[in-house]
Design a protein around this ligand. Structure first.
Ligand code: FNR
Length: 383
């Protein structure tokens, strides 16, 4: 990592602070906020912080091995990028920057259905490590077409998001004037103008558009798009629907947004290869338990039959180690990567990857763990 970046931005929190100064207020509120009072978002991080691990120091000289494999793909590290929609609002071309950094470092990048780039553009950049996230369309023809486009463009793994039965009430976002289509007000123009790097990059790349969905509409009118997203991609899921998606997708598939043990069991029983324990980073339901607090019960119910993925609140290598120690097979991060790109533009994805890997290796060394599978044995003994 270039020495100046290492010293100036050694942590995800330092990138978060920089991002706040570099992007307009409405974009900042979009990425940084949760729903309600932000209680769930806080709980996610506090509960992670409260997980302690016991270091073993007398282990000789060794270099920790962070490599792992998931669904028959080898990765250099046990973490990846969670799907994030309206991505270019936070930084133009963010999907390209992150997909490329992920491929360079050999970890997965997940493209959201609601991203601002299409699967055709991003798939080829992922070098066989791209995952696709499905916001379930009501029209089965659109669903099948999206899945086909994902597969044809090299995405290997599908995440089906379950935890958006209705759009989250994000009060901070509403107050900051985050609307789709964007409402251009003098205040918004002022807020953009005082963030010249963002404004310049956005002028160059154009106003964010939902490029992956434009095919299903006549034209690109943002107002039509909003109606389309509300009517076509919204709403609750049922088990028949999830079964249909299972049958239509040939590769590995995971259900994202699982907090309940019984729902995890049912998803496994209909053939889901992975359960992603997540509360959407506290953006949907403010009363949800911290995702890390339900991880152990879901691991003990289905962890022997399915892969366990985890996100929500992860801000560093130590958090990754904590989730792995509690039984996750793989950990994803949403905001951490977005803070990096918002703070550093083209260099952001690479810098976040380096921080996370370096922090994970450092903490594994403290713990005396040569491999990821040893992390579970560092949980404090309860007797
Ligand atoms: C998200 N998330 C999300 N999830 C999803 O399935 N599809 C999506 O389009 C989005 N969009 C989105 C936008 C933004 C700005 C954020 C911050 C998050 C949720 C995301 O995939 C992930 O679950 C959380 O970000 C995890 O929490 P942390 O890592 O941000 O704490």
């Amino acid at each position: 990592m270039p020495p100046n970046l290492t010293n100036r931005y050694p942590s995800i929190e330092s990138l978060r602070q920089r991002a706040r100064q570099r992007i307009p207020f409405f974009a900042w509120e979009y990425v940084d906020s949760g729903t309600g009072n932000g209680g769930c978002m806080r709980r996610n991080q506090e509960a992670l912080e409260s997980v302690t691990l016991v270091p073993h120091y007398i282990k000789g000289v060794f270099q920790p091995d962070t490599s792992t494999s998931l669904f028959d793909v080898d990765y250099n590290v046990p973490f990846g990028v969670s799907p994030v929609g309206l991505t270019a609002l936070m930084w133009p071309r963010a999907e390209r920057i992150l997909a490329k950094a992920a491929a360079d470092h050999r970890f997965p990048y997940t493209l959201s259905t609601a991203a601002t780039e299409a699967p055709e553009t991003i798939g080829p950049l992922t070098n066989g490590m791209g995952w696709f996230q499905l916001y379930p369309p009501r029209d089965p023809k659109i669903r099948r077409d999206l899945l086909l486009r994902a597969k044809d463009n090299g995405f290997t793994t599908l995440l089906v998001t379950a935890d958006v039965p209705v759009a989250g009430r994000r009060e901070r976002q509403v107050q900051a004037g985050v609307t789709v289509p964007p409402r251009v007000t003098p205040l918004m123009l002022w807020r953009s103008a005082i963030r010249p790097a963002w404004a310049f990059a956005t002028l160059k790349s154009g106003i964010p558009r939902f490029r992956g969905l434009e095919k299903y509409l006549d034209g690109r009118d943002m107002r039509d798009m909003l109606t389309f997203i509300g009517q076509e991609l919204g709403g609750s899921l049922d088990w028949e629907y999830l079964q249909a998606v299972r049958q239509e997708w040939e590769g590995p598939i995971a259900l994202k947004g699982v907090i309940d043990v019984e729902e995890a069991e049912r998803a496994v029983s209909i053939g889901y290869d992975g359960i992603m324990v997540s509360n959407h980073g506290g953006r949907q339901f403010d009363g949800s338990p911290a995702a890390i607090s339900v991880l152990p019960s879901i691991v003990s119910a289905v962890g022997d039959r399915t892969a366990i993925l985890f996100d929500s609140g992860v801000r560093g290598g130590l958090d990754i180690a904590r989730a792995l120690a509690l039984g996750a097979d793989f950990v994803l991060l949403g905001r951490a990567f977005m803070y990096g790109v918002s703070a550093l533009g083209d260099r952001g994805g690479d810098h976040v990857a380096r921080i996370l890997k370096d922090d994970l290796v450092n903490n594994m060394t403290q713990l005396g763990c040569r491999s990821l599978s040893e992390l579970a044995s560092r949980l404090p003994k309860t007797t």
